[in-house]
Design a protein around this ligand. Structure first.
Ligand SMILES: *Cc1c(COP(=O)(O)O)cnc(C)c1O
Length: 565
């Protein structure tokens, strides 16, 4: 099985999480979904890639919401043997003085055209390991700092050794976020000069050679969001792996900063949207940070009814999403509307089934689903319930919400409770549903079934955001704060609408702007007697945004600008 994949040199794509399919919960949110779309596009474009991640046997978590509106976290275990093949190779790393053995499962991601991509899922749950070490690859983002450090050692160092053990010839290494930066350290140790060739005071490592091989995509626009560990912890876990002065020179003096390590060992560095690259350049002066704006996978994120339409009128769109530019002249308004209503019916049925809330197919639905955390401001829409009720009295609408909060993000979990309070307060005036357990299936149902996709993050904290791009593939316009990808995707009144003015983010001002836009522009347009103007915006989202913000374009750029240099 592995033979088919080791015949040609490949790009190794490392990510802590990858959303392979809905039944495999090895992802938590945007980063993992992007990684999945990356591998799906690589398959369709037949780019020689091999992805490396952790098996995360116990998943992230399955979310339930109790009667009081609180998030309940249930384990979300999966059985690798049902989906992947065990490989015979084993590699070892040393942690806390113990040998930790690592095995791998091979998952073959089948593109929906001909491509196949190997994905290696690293696993420490082996009988020869100490019970403490068997758990390292169980919980995605679980445990404490020490657990996290061990996971990153397994991913970076273990993953790199596993590729070697399986016979992969790796041309370049792509680090999706800093979690896997130890892989570059492992390369460095492999490329050490022999002692007699090193003059006193010179580095014993071939840093330029490692940099040449590494590509780093950063995803975090705030300093505090970057992974870091104390050197004390590092020494407790991994003493003797590399000399401390070398590590400090590469990863920072005060603590081991995974982003610094990745920046110093990667020749190509990029942010995930133009604004995010600017913010990153300011955050890390002295590094060249380019921009490769994210995209979503065309086929994976297009609902059935729209895929049928595109297949009929824009043959080849799955390989060349640029063809969607022609939607304006090639697909009739009525066909667009019918495809949308079909997706909306499915979403209405899913909402009924998952939370017992009945939505009206003929009233507009605002959708908001994403990780529940403070900077995403899921409560901005509910800042002034009286104003919201007044708007609904004149221009009726409904709301669908979804999203998980990280189990240790108390603020995020509190937000879920607060939202449920608002749902109760609006009962009888505005129908609001909160769909539990936001996953790939719920995401597709919502991004295709709602009428407007809402996004209200605190600027400039949204590095890119991708759910609005998924909406665009399904003819759903965005109403969003100007941040992340929307700075590139918003053409006012053509692809959707902007929220908020001025460069400074301000909750009150942003909320007022959101209400004004809804009341004066978005809802009246939806309710207008003539539907043409609304459908024109739906078409604008498809032709201008789906044609560009897709992972095929993104991967073609990675291939030509980063992989082949
Ligand atoms: C797309 C997606 C996300 C990321 O959405 P953002 O707009 O980037 O916040 C998170 N979770 C799931 C399940 C998704 O499908």
């Amino acid at each position: 099985m592995i033979k088919e994949f080791i015949r040609e040199p490949r790009i190794a794509y490392f990510s802590m999480e990858i959303a392979l399919r809905n039944e495999i919960p090895t992802y938590s949110g945007g980063l993992g979904v992007l990684a999945g779309d990356t591998v799906r596009s690589a398959a369709d474009l037949e780019l020689p890639l091999v992805a490396v991640t952790l098996v995360s046997r116990c998943g992230y978590f399955r979310q339930e919401i109790d009667e009081t509106g609180r998030q309940v976290e249930r384990p979300d275990a999966w059985e690798p043997a049902h989906h992947a093949m065990p490989m015979d190779a084993k590699v070892a790393v040393t942690m806390e003085g113990r040998t930790v053995w690592i095995s791998a499962w091979l998952y073959v991601l089948e593109g929906h055209m001909n491509g196949r991509q190997p994905v290696l899922l690293l696993d420490t749950d082996l009988p020869e390991n100490d019970p403490r070490d068997r758990e390292i690859t169980h919980y995605l983002y679980g445990g404490d700092e020490r657990y996290r450090l061990k996971q990153e050692i397994v991913l970076g160092i273990g993953g790199n050794r596993m590729l070697q053990a399986l016979g992969f010839e790796i041309e370049r290494y792509h680090l999706n976020e800093g979690h896997s930066a130890f892989l570059a350290l492992e390369l460095l140790l492999r490329h050490a000069y022999s002692p007699e060739d090193v003059r006193p005071g010179e580095s014993p490592y071939d840093i330029p050679r490692v940099r040449e091989q590494c590509i780093f995509t950063t995803h975090t626009p705030v300093e505090a969001g970057h992974d870091r560990f104390s050197y004390e912890l590092w020494q407790q876990v991994e003493d003797g792996y590399v000399d401390l002065p070398t590590l400090k020179r590469l990863a920072g003096d005060t603590d081991l900063n995974m982003t610094r390590l990745a920046l110093n060992l990667s020749e190509h560095v990029n942010g995930v949207a133009k604004r995010h690259a600017e913010v990153s350049r300011r955050m890390f002066p002295g590094y060249r940070v380019k921009a490769i704006t994210n995209g979503v996978h065309p086929h994976f994120w297009t609902c059935e009814s729209f895929a049928r339409l595109y297949d009929t009128h824009l043959t080849g769109w799955c390989h060349e999403p640029e063809l969607l530019r022609r939607v304006d002249c090639c697909i009739a308004e009525e066909a667009i509307w019918a495809a949308h209503q079909e997706a909306k019916e499915k979403m209405v049925a899913l909402v009924q089934e998952r939370c017992g809330v009945t939505l009206d197919l003929h009233l507009p639905v605002l959708g908001f689903a994403r990780r529940m955390t403070a900077y995403k401001r899921p409560d901005l829409l509910f800042s002034d319930l009286e104003r919201l009720k007044q708007i609904a009295a004149r221009h009726p609408f409904q709301i669908v919400l979804a999203g998980k909060a990280h189990p240790r993000d108390e603020g995020g979990k509190r937000l879920i409770e607060i939202l449920h309070g608002h749902i109760r307060a609006l009962a009888g005036t505005v129908t609001v549903a909160y769909v539990p357990n936001y996953d790939l299936e719920v995401a597709l149902a919502l991004v295709s079934g709602v009428d407007v996709w809402l996004n209200t993050p605190l600027r400039p904290l949204e590095a890119s955001g991708t759910s609005g791009m998924k909406a665009a593939f399904n003819g759903v316009p965005s109403l969003s704060v100007m941040d992340g990808w929307w700075l590139e995707g918003c053409v006012e009144g053509v692809t959707g609408w902007a929220v908020g003015e001025g460069s400074e983010a301000d909750n009150d001002r942003d909320a007022r702007s959101l209400y004004d836009k809804l009341e004066q522009v978005v809802l009246p347009l939806y309710h207008a007697r003539e539907r043409s103007a609304w459908i024109a915006v739906m078409k604008g989202a498809i032709s201008l945004n789906a044609s560009y913000f897709n992972s095929h374009r993104m991967m073609r750029r990675y291939a030509t600008e980063a992989y082949i240099r």
